[in-house]
Ligand binder design. Structure first.
Ligand SMILES: [Fe+2]
Length: 220
């Protein structure tokens, strides 16, 4: 009978399911986060089954469980205009899995738990939708996980600004230090309380939707 040796990759994939990031991707993400305060994982970052569940739920919520968020409306403290939506059972079930804080700890070194009130679906799907430069509030969003659900743009050239998250080293910086393109089934883990970030206004033909999960620092 052939001897079966479990590879490190197989082990990671089991303990971190439904994430499908192999050991090299985890090591790269950990290194990236420690150096720059963010990590880009995938695509693919999640199993096809889970990402399709989240994408389907987001479409449903966009039409039945979403609201506009705009600076000055009494709810937003950030310059922005976009659509937000409640999580349904797919997103809640995903974020309740043990592997979510396990992945966050693997990449960032921090123990965290979901910050439900600060988490939601977000859409930039009408011209002019945007998110102004800001840092996340430490007490509500110690760390963030952004799961790309949709990202479309009309030309064959590179992704336009609105399809990217721009990350700065200061509020005064004239140019972003990093531009992370949002892609379906790509995850970005960000220390958004430390690094200012924004999304430039989308134009005609651009469509972006993201699952934004905020996390609290777990009590030690
Ligand atoms: Fe943010």
């Amino acid at each position: 009978m052939p001897q079966v040796v479990a590879s490190p990759t197989a082990t990671s994939r089991t303990t971190l399911a439904p994430f499908v990031i192999d050991d090299a991707g985890l090591a790269q993400g950990r290194d990236q986060f420690s150096r720059f305060g963010f990590a880009v994982l995938g695509p693919a970052a999640l199993t096809n089954e889970v990402i399709q569940q989240l994408r389907a739920e987001a479409v449903k919520q966009r039409h039945g469980g979403a609201w506009p968020l705009r600076y000055g409306d009494g709810r937003s403290k950030v310059p922005e205009a976009n659509m937000r939506g409640h999580f349904g059972p797919a997103a809640q079930g995903f974020l309740r899995r043990d592997s979510v804080p396990r992945l966050m700890r693997t990449i960032t070194g921090h123990a965290v738990s979901p910050s439900w009130s600060a988490s939601c679906y977000t859409w930039y799907d009408v011209p002019g939708a945007w998110l102004g430069r800001h840092c996340d509030k430490r007490d509500a969003c110690f760390l963030t996980m952004l799961v790309g659900l949709e990202s479309e743009w009309p030309t064959v050239s590179g992704p336009p600004a609105g399809n990217q998250l721009w990350i700065y080293d200061s509020f005064e910086a004239r140019r972003p230090t990093f531009r992370v393109t949002t892609l379906v089934n790509r995850i970005t883990i960000l220390d958004g309380k430390r690094w200012p970030h924004e999304r430039q206004p989308v134009q005609e033909g651009q469509y972006v939707s993201v699952l934004c999960a905020c996390f609290l620092a777990a009590e030690s």
